[in-house]
Design a protein around this ligand. Structure first.
Ligand SMILES: Cc1cn([C@H]2C[C@H](O)[C@@H](COP(=O)(O)OP(=O)(O)O[C@H]3O[C@H](C)C(=O)[C@H](O)[C@H]3O)O2)c(=O)[nH]c1=O
Length: 189
């Protein structure tokens, strides 16, 4: 971590998908952390601008939301963190022509590890909760555009979801999503 920086940025096997670990300044009250710094990300070559913050709460462990995307012209970069509890977050490369097309990367984000996942445009995003009462907060680089909203079935890509053999809690939309084999990607590498 560069001098003065308050965020560690690590790469993943998927180009552009990054793991951010903001520094926590602990004391006997607890801790302080800068959870987002446009300047520090720009200095690290991560120049996306965020315009919308989202918060969702999932009451039960095993709740799975995804795999979602917004198509161009409203594709979204997302910076995801877990504010309460623990979740397993996944990004899937959906960029036609990418050498890692269809490959996924998953990571545990928790309120204790404070880690964040940067999911660029062109990647599907989803997560499954590992505890009850999970709150996920994420920044988006474009506004919600229902006409551009899309989903791919969570179980159509061989992702090793940590479900311990249980069926996930799904929305109707996610239960009815198309399999990846039918997916016509709107993204290019
Ligand atoms: C995403 C979104 C939703 N909504 C409304 C639309 C529905 O009435 C309600 C629930 O939407 P949905 O069921 O799509 O929420 P999630 O299943 O949590 O979807 C999200 O979860 C995955 C993991 C994501 O990465 C996306 O941000 C997003 O697709 O919120 C809005 O008003 N604005 C928004 O930006």
């Amino acid at each position: 971590m560069a001098a003065g920086a308050t965020v560690q940025i690590d790469t993943t096997p998927l180009e552009g998908v990054l793991v951010l670990t903001p520094k926590r300044f602990g004391d006997d009250r607890g801790f302080f952390s800068e959870t987002y710094s446009r300047k520090q990300l720009a200095e690290a070559g991560v120049g996306m601008e965020f315009v919308q913050d989202n918060l969702s709460r999932s009451e039960r462990a095993g709740t799975l939301r995804g795999l979602h995307f917004q198509s161009p012209p409203h594709a979204q970069d997302k910076l995801v963190r877990c504010n309460t509890g623990a979740l397993w977050d996944v990004a899937v490369d959906a960029r036609t022509g990418s050498p890692t097309y269809g490959q996924w990367f998953g990571i545990e984000l928790t309120d204790e590890n404070g880690k964040q996942l940067l999911v660029p445009k062109g990647f599907l995003h989803g997560f499954v909760t590992l505890t009850d009462g999970v709150e996920i907060a994420y920044k988006c680089s474009d506004y919600y555009a229902p006409d551009c909203d899309g989903a791919v079935r969570w179980d159509s890509l061989g992702i090793d979801w940590p479900l311990d053999g249980r069926e996930p809690v799904l929305s109707g939309k996610d239960a009815a999503a198309q399999p990846f084999s039918d997916f016509q990607s709107p993204f290019e590498a």
